[in-house]
Design a protein around this ligand. Sequence first.
Ligand SMILES: C[S@@+](CC[C@H](N)C(=O)[O-])C[C@H]1O[C@@H](n2cnc3c(N)ncnc32)[C@H](O)[C@@H]1O
Length: 245
Amino acid sequence: MKQNIYDNPLFFEKYISLRNSGVTYNDFVEQPAMKSVIPTLHGKLVLDLGCGAGHLARYCIENGASRVIGVDISKNMIEQANKENKHEKINYIRMPIEDLELPDYKFDLIISSLAVHYLEDYPTLVEKVSKLLNKGGVFLFSTEHPMVTARREKNNWIKDTEGNRLYYAVDHYQEEGKREEHWYVNGVIKYHRTVSTLLNTLINNGLILEKIIEPQSIPAGLEIMPKLIHEARKPSFMIIKASKT
Ligand SMILES: C[S@@+](CC[C@H](N)C(=O)[O-])C[C@H]1O[C@@H](n2cnc3c(N)ncnc32)[C@H](O)[C@@H]1O
């Protein structure tokens, strides 16, 4: 099932307001880690899956990419991208990643920031990515860490009576599949996969693992968002970089 939660008006308003605050897990944890392993962009053709408001697409162009195609299921997000990050070298396409067919293209880099956990069928995604990559091309994506997606009940930090965090609960780890959570609205659907599935599916599709990152906050983040210290106890994200030989 394809969910388009970013076109829910309340969710969209809250999400955009969070991202525009500049004080987020994206700013201090996920994006710095992704950018630390983006290959040289000069002259590269890039596909951004789940491009959202186009920040990463814009970053790729500003760092030398020759063209970026950004794909997103959400009308709101594509409109936002065209408002905030329009560029003559970027094409934003409103379409579910699952339906994407680009038979005339081969990309040097396929990038995806925090969209893969919304997709039900990971093997088909990776097969598609592998076909769309040039030889030597790179697939770089971030996803919610399997430690975070595993447990069916949320509120995973177990606290004492004074609200101090005792430990982080992980459960149902080997039960892959759909998870539902409240994030601004009820019924936000994500998909849990084990680390072995995330990695072995890439290997099974002929990709070579280049780098895995379980990022912590950059120092500036710890000053502005002290709660990011807990990323040292439990990572929120996993960044995976693989290449096609
Ligand atoms: C957390 S946001 C990240 C946006 C952007 N990559 C960024 O880092 O700012 C996830 C994005 O994935 C998109 N998305 C979710 N499921 C999708 C699907 N099946 N096909 C295309 N885009 C999808 C959402 O609409 C949303 O824009």
